[in-house]
Design a protein. Structure first.
Length: 318
């Protein structure tokens, strides 16, 4: 009889080993399944968050708002106390509703006594003169409308065609001009500065000197309350120096991307974290209002920076 060289197989030990392996595999499968569920959940949450973010961006670029402000000054004559001025800036050929019906409807609801268009009515990269003129024809039916050019108008070959169309529509063109406006027996001056880039390089030219020369001619009577339309907010110190009482400006697009508690991220002619991006700035009797504007240009969207109509009510400060 031949003896076996191998020890006898212990069935109990084999069963325990198999069970251990099976338990180990089940545990691995369970971990993988949990990981897969967590991954799917993360993808789902991320997708929803991304869609909500995109929706918020779209809403923040297409839903207009009205920003109402009050300016008090003892130079404002009593006949202009309660006078409402609506500002449209940096439209850049944008349309809100068919033929801008939403924008026009909101403007009408504001019940302005005067409407100011502070430059970049058109966009030089996708110029559409007819859209700008069509808007002008309708806006003058709401209130007397005054216009000043921006840097985008300075770039287009059709500028003469544009201003002819605006004047024919009944818009008051204020490129380096001023007019007297009467209300309830009192008068104020409304002046407009043509954008400096018509005569000097947009990026490297001496815009300050150009502005000083223009303002010396159109802001001359310091005894009468003067409202100045000028596209460029970075020239605020020049407006203060010339003695303008109230300046309406734009150009900065609110800094394009607005950071909570910080302000705008970037603006043309000011660079990163612009000093004058939106709101009211005051110095030595001069108040400057910078509109965040309505349209977009190089950067096709805004973040935390809704397009706005600015409405200012003047108040005599006794």
């Amino acid at each position: 009889m031949t003896k076996s060289l191998h020890p006898p197989i212990n069935n109990t030990e084999t069963k325990h080993a198999n069970k251990a392996k099976e338990h180990k595999y089940k545990k691995i499968d369970s971990i993988k399944e949990t990981q897969m569920k967590n991954k799917k959940k993360l993808i789902g949450i991320t997708s929803i968050a991304f869609l909500l973010f995109i929706g918020w961006i779209l809403w923040g670029n297409t839903v207009l708002m009205v920003n109402e402000l009050t300016i008090k000054n003892n130079k404002i004559p009593s006949g202009f106390s309660g006078f409402r001025i609506a500002q449209i800036s940096d439209l850049h050929n944008a349309e809100f509703g068919k033929e801008n019906e939403k924008l026009l409807s909101m403007l009408k609801e504001c019940e302005p006594d005067m409407i100011l268009i502070t430059g970049d009515l058109i966009d030089s990269r996708r110029t559409d003169i007819e859209t700008g003129i069509s808007f002008a024809k309708k806006v003058v039916l709401i209130a007397p409308t005054y216009y000043v050019s921006g840097n985008h108008e300075a770039r287009i070959e059709e500028y003469e065609e544009l201003i002819t169309g605006l004047e024919n529509a009944g818009v008051h063109l204020l490129d380096n001009e001023s007019v007297m406006v009467e209300n309830s027996g009192d008068r104020i001056t409304v002046a407009g500065m043509k954008d400096p880039s018509f005569v000097t390089d947009y990026l490297f030219g001496d815009s300050k000197t150009v502005a000083e020369d223009a303002l010396t001619k159109i802001v001359s009577n310091k005894d009468i309350y003067t409202v100045l339309l000028s596209h460029r907010p970075e020239l605020f110190e020049t407006y203060v120096k010339c003695g303008a009482d109230l300046v309406f400006s734009g150009h900065a697009h609110g800094g394009q991307f607005r950071i909570p508690f910080v302000g705008g991220l970037v603006a043309p002619n000011q660079g990163l974290f612009p000093k004058y991006d939106a709101g009211i700035y005051s110095k030595d009797g001069t108040d400057m209002i910078v509109s965040r504007g309505i349209g977009n240009s190089i950067l096709p969207f805004r973040i935390n920076n809704r397009p706005e109509i600015v409405v200012v009510e003047l108040e005599n400060k006794e």
